[in-house]
Design a protein around this ligand. Structure first.
Ligand code: COA
Length: 255
């Protein structure tokens, strides 16, 4: 059996590739489970400091949840679909969103449905010039179920998100950048190099500073400001208790 998610090492950076190109990298249950296991192994490996997440082939980052895979659960009962399909997908996007090392989406083609929700969950995203983004779940008769009704409005605003989720229409990469769904658009030939270069600009900083900064933003963004400031203060305390932070401050003073 070919690996559904491959892991390549580029120095301190992991490149994870969704690997079902003949199915436009649709997110089968097995692929989601394999991606979660890959993230577990990267989390436990101190030599890996950031993750670039991309799709195999030229056409797709991911065409979303595997429709043939989840359809039997949807037909069986709402409870079964919730347990096997929705909770699995939400756990995946939440894991990516809350990951302690930056996950950078390198969007190498279409990112539809759960593919788009995966991009939304990533800390950062770079799109190839031919990438496109859509929320076509409404055509299947249900709202986006992997966090897409919640993260997209937080990223791009309610009306712009509602235009995407209610129409199901695709947007191109420049529009995605203008909306704030991706950080930048690059020529497709430079996609992975650009993502790795962005990763390197982050991993030059200490692991504890990167992890605390990620946690402060990701946990705080959904809280009222007073609680969010407590999250920020708690993450500062974690960093301030680290020898890495003391060394970084000392290095600045000694420059
Ligand atoms: N789930 C399962 N299989 C999918 C898939 C998905 N989300 N998206 C694409 N595929 C499969 C197709 O069944 C096809 O497989 P086959 O050759 O064995 O029949 C293969 O990937 C290529 O897709 P195809 O539809 O032939 O390509 P296309 O260029 O004509 O259309 C899309 C591309 C993305 C417009 C179309 O595949 C599509 O609408 N996919 C579903 C997108 C979606 O609704 N995602 C949200 C799911 S909740």
């Amino acid at each position: 059996m070919p690996e559904l998610v491959t892991l390549d090492r580029e120095g301190p950076h992991a490149v994870l590739t969704l690997n079902r190109p003949d199915k436009l990298n649709a997110l089968s249950y097995a692929l989601i489970d394999e991606l979660m296991a890959r993230l577990d192994s990267i989390e436990a490996d101190d030599t890996l400091r950031a993750v670039v997440l991309t799709g195999a082939g030229q056409r797709a980052f991911s065409a979303g949840a595997d429709i043939a895979g989840f359809a039997p659960d949807l037909a069986a009962s709402p409870e079964q679909a919730l347990r096997r399909f929705v909770q699995r997908g939400q756990a995946m996007t939440r894991r990516i969103e809350a990951f302690g090392k930056p996950v950078i989406a390198a969007v190498n083609g279409l990112a539809f449905g759960g593919g788009c929700e995966t991009v939304e969950a990533c800390a950062l995203a770079i799109a190839a010039d031919h990438a496109s983004f859509a929320k076509p779940e409404i055509r299947l008769g249900f709202p986006p179920p992997f966090g897409g009704t919640q993260r997209l409005p937080r990223h791009v605003g309610r009306k712009r998100a509602l235009e995407m989720v209610l129409t199901g229409d695709a947007i191109d990469a420049p529009r995605a950048a203008a909306l704030g769904l991706v950080n930048q658009v690059v020529d497709r030939s430079r996609l992975i190099d650009s993502a790795l270069a962005l990763a390197a600009r982050i991993t030059r900083h200490t692991p504890v500073a990167v992890a605390c900064t990620l946690r402060a933003v990701t946990r705080g963004i959904n809280l009222p400001i007073d609680e969010a400031l407590q999250v920020e203060a708690a993450q500062f305390m974690v960093a301030a208790g680290s020898a890495q932070t003391h060394a970084a401050t000392a290095a600045w003073l000694a420059r």
